[in-house]
Design a protein around this ligand. Structure first.
Ligand code: SF4
Length: 305
């Protein structure tokens, strides 16, 4: 990818270990009440990442440094257990991976989810994970244990099936075909899994046939549903995305300037048009009907792995 720096080796990522004071963040105005992010920052370097703006809180450059500097909340499982037992948490759904990928490469080393999932399981807490990484299949055992005790969902994000294009826009993420294999493994394990066609990039990934191909592949892999999201060009993401466009697709700069002239989202008519393309593609396929795993009603703690 030209225009933005890309750190490709996990060993080149600056990871600062921190002790978090809490694990759950209360969220307002979204479809969920709590979020949980084991890392701050993300070593995946998607050009469109709306979380780039979070670097500003750490006085880092979300355009040049995104993907190269992270904090790792090494005590997150311990503080999560305290949060789940606290008075503020009342059993609401927790969204995991709203501002980072919980299964990025560093998770292979830190194994934070191997502590987080047992904490959620023991508290019977419902949750939803969003990731672009097939590493999630490592935790099929724990996810199944959680799904027997509470509502659990996973979304695997796939913006395109075009491998070359995926390398351009998500330069350090596993290829789409590998992510589809993760969808299949999750579905086969009885985990409710959907595909997030996210985000849809105007004139880059938004062709009706390209979107339909992702939807078909999702259904073929065993996904129970798809959803999509519009490109969100908040302040710092806007700088990064325009740097990418200028370097790779200068002919689109003017089109984007017009399309996003009102703010972080594209013109409503365009957003509606994309929604209709995804809806039409979804109507043309048959999704697998998810069947819940047999519930585990025991109150006893399961053996930690
Ligand atoms: S995987 Fe998600 S959080 Fe990580 S860079 Fe890509 S869009 Fe951002």
């Amino acid at each position: 990818m030209d225009g933005l720096p890309v750190v490709r080796r996990p060993s080149d990522v600056r990871a600062v270990e921190v002790a978090a004071k809490s694990a759950l963040n209360r969220v307002r105005g979204m479809g969920f009440t709590w979020s949980l992010n084991p890392f701050t920052g993300c070593a995946h370097q998607c050009v469109f990442c709306y979380a780039r703006g979070t670097h500003a809180y750490r006085e880092l450059d979300g355009v040049r440094e995104w993907g190269s500097a992270l904090t790792v909340k090494v005590n997150i499982a311990t503080v999560l257990r305290a949060d789940l037992a606290g008075r503020a948490y009342r059993g609401e759904e927790i969204a995991i991976g709203t501002a980072t990928d919980p299964y990025q490469a560093l998770e292979g080393r830190y194994r934070l989810m191997r502590g987080i999932l047992p904490a959620l399981r023991d508290a019977r807490a419902p949750f939803h994970i969003t990731t672009r990484s097939p590493l999630i299949v490592r935790d099929l055992d724990l996810l199944a244990q959680c799904a027997r005790r509470a509502d659990v969902g996973v979304a695997i994000s796939i913006a395109t099936l075009d491998e070359a294009l995926a390398r351009e826009i998500e330069p350090t993420v596993s290829p789409p075909r590998q992510r589809l294999r993760a969808v299949r493994a999750l579905a086969d394990a009885g985990i409710r899994v959907g595909v997030a066609v996210a985000p849809v990039l105007p004139d880059v990934t938004d062709g009706a046939e390209a979107l339909a191909a992702v939807v078909r592949a999702a259904a073929d892999a065993g996904a129970s549903h798809v959803w999509h999201s519009a490109l969100n060009l908040g302040a710092i993401t806007r700088d990064a995305y325009f740097a990418f466009l200028t370097a790779t697709r200068p002919e689109l700069v003017e089109r984007y300037t017009r399309l996003f002239r009102r703010g972080r989202y594209a013109e409503p008519a365009y957003v509606r048009e994309v929604s209709e393309r995804v809806r039409a593609a979804s109507r043309a396929v048959t999704f697998v009907r998810h069947r819940s795993l047999a519930p585990d009603r025991s109150g006893a703690q399961l053996t930690l792995i």
